[in-house]
Ligand binder design. Structure first.
Ligand code: AMP
Length: 172
């Protein structure tokens, strides 16, 4: 399937110089959405994971049906002050701006095997921070899945040692 044909591009959004990849047109197409989830499933089924970690908010879109198909639980990784109880948090640099992510301390137990999934790999800052949160709690990140990878931003170099898979690539 031509996934790139389903992804809209907005130049200079949300700020000048960013070529924003808008997946909303893809997920509005039932056949394309199902195809993408099935592709993720084919990659993930051999990872022997027991949890799927989903960065807010677009990680939720693909992570939820993937976890359902695999029969695995979900672990939300959220923006600050959204999660009750004890949390671990990390702040990192984005392609534009900075961001902080949090995870509930109770969400990961030592030995958990976690797949992380998001819509897009840019600098890798988000997923790297998410991986460190999982590891701080004793979990292992067994795979990182993305619909889109912006290869020119070299996110993979930030993620050495992890299994990283993406379905479509753009340079920027
Ligand atoms: P990063 O932490 O740099 O890998 O950025 C990852 C997150 O930022 C992804 O979850 C995307 O939702 C968002 N993002 C970054 N760059 C873009 C872009 N060019 N188009 C769309 N979303 C982006």
């Amino acid at each position: 399937m031509d996934l790139k044909g389903k992804i809209d591009i907005f130049e200079d959004y949300p700020i000048e110089g960013i070529s924003f990849k808008d997946i909303n047109s893809l997920i509005a197409d039932g056949e394309a959405f199902q195809y993408v989830v099935n592709q993720f499933y084919d990659i993930a089924k051999t990872m022997d994971a027991n949890l799927v970690g989903i960065p807010e908010s677009r990680g939720y879109i693909f992570g939820s049906p993937l976890a359902y198909k695999l029969g695995l639980g979900l672990v939300p990784i959220r923006k600050p002050n959204k999660l009750p109880g004890e949390v671990h948090s990390r702040t990192y640099d984005l392609e534009y701006g900075t961001n902080t992510v949090e995870i509930q301390s109770k969400a990961i137990k030592p030995g958990d095997r976690v797949i992380l999934i998001d819509d897009l790999l840019a600098t890798g800052g988000t997923i790297h921070a998410a991986a460190k949160l999982v590891e701080e709690l004793g979990g292992e990140v067994v795979g990182m899945l993305f619909l889109i990878e912006l290869t020119g931003l070299k996110g993979r170099e930030h993620l050495k040692g992890y299994e990283v898979d993406s379905l479509v690539t753009y340079e920027f």
